[in-house]
Ligand binder design. Sequence first.
Ligand SMILES: NC(=O)c1ccc[n+]([C@@H]2O[C@H](COP(=O)([O-])OP(=O)(O)OC[C@H]3O[C@@H](n4cnc5c(N)ncnc54)[C@H](OP(=O)(O)O)[C@@H]3O)[C@@H](O)[C@H]2O)c1
Length: 252
Amino acid sequence: MSDPTMSAPAVPPSTVVLVSGGSRGLGLAIVTDLLDAGLRVAAFARTVTPELAKLADTHPGRTHVGSVDVTDLAAVQAFVRAAEQHLGPIDGLVNNAAVGQDSLHVHTATADLAGIVETNLTAPLQLTRLVVRRMLAQGRRGRIVNITSICGQRGFPGLVAYSATKGGMDAATRSLARELGGRVLVNAVAPGFFASEMSAVLGRTQLDQIVRRTPTGHLTEPDEVLPVVRMLLREQTNINGQVLVVDGAASI
Ligand SMILES: NC(=O)c1ccc[n+]([C@@H]2O[C@H](COP(=O)([O-])OP(=O)(O)OC[C@H]3O[C@@H](n4cnc5c(N)ncnc54)[C@H](OP(=O)(O)O)[C@@H]3O)[C@@H](O)[C@H]2O)c1
């Protein structure tokens, strides 16, 4: 039993970060931001977009990218091993890859429901287990940032299964932070709606309604999420097991 009066050494800032779903949208913005900050970054998605390939070409020694489905555990394992050979041990993980939803629960087919849960909940839990096992086996410390959503805390029609996965990741964030005893800091960032391929299904009326409900008067921008993710990966804070909402108080 560890002595509860002994403080654990601080978790150092991450230097090698794995970003899932780094090919477009918020994930691509996170990859770009971390490279700009001088970090080494591994990123995958099912398709490597020209934008992600260009980043890899621009920073060949500091970037490792690949075409991987997050639900394919063997492919994810192979990618993590190759990324560590190229960049060094991973000490930061951003679970960003996810699929959206645009169907009322009563109209959502069983296969679609299972796909959302597998991609947004089971796969990030498996990726997290893989990365944390490697960190602990090598006696390293690290940081994990789960990109969840305001949908994990507030209700939105058409997003029932999606919301369940995001609420699930918020809950996992708290329990994992406890389980890892301060050796790995585990937090979540829950953005409000922002423009991307995922949110393109929202109509003008829905977007206007969200803006009207937002005291800051605009939809969240990916650029407004980046400093929060970077802070959780890089800064010396005692933030652990938290879900940080970035939505201009739309949900308050
Ligand atoms: N957009 C919003 O309004 C909003 C609001 C709150 C939270 N979020 C969250 O923010 C994160 C990023 O969302 P976004 O809006 O930037 O979405 P996006 O533009 O649709 O990007 C999603 C990323 O995940 C990847 N991805 C999806 N399924 C994958 C799979 N099976 N294996 C590997 N990669 C996969 C996609 O690449 P491929 O399709 O090529 O695999 C892409 O790189 C997500 O976690 C989302 O839930 C979004």
